[in-house]
Ligand binder design. Structure first.
Ligand code: SF4
Length: 89
């Protein structure tokens, strides 16, 4: 996905992925996308920087990203999935 996507285009890409794949982070109310393929799960408390990106397969990053919510790929699904928001157009 091109980096220059507008916010609305990115939201549409995330919504389209959810519509096509069913329950997953992309459609979860706890998820805040960072780009069209990865985002933060706000369901749990923040963690230390190196742990934030482990689920994306990133280890030993040379820069410390700082503490924050866990990043997950859009197709991940866990037992805390929730979608109580209105369906996108
Ligand atoms: S499906 Fe699970 S991991 Fe993904 S955003 Fe929702 S609560 Fe977080």
């Amino acid at each position: 996905m091109p980096a220059g996507l507008t916010l609305n285009a990115r939201q549409r890409a995330v919504d389209a992925f959810y519509a096509e794949h069913g329950p997953c982070c992309a459609g979860c109310d706890w998820w805040r996308y960072v780009n069209s393929v990865a985002g933060e799960c706000t369901r749990t408390v923040p963690v230390a920087g190196p742990q934030r990106f482990a689920m994306l397969g990133i280890e030993g990053a040379s820069l410390d990203p700082g503490a924050g919510h866990i990043m997950t790929p859009r197709d991940h699904l866990c037992g805390e999935f929730k979608d109580e928001s209105p369906c996108p157009d």
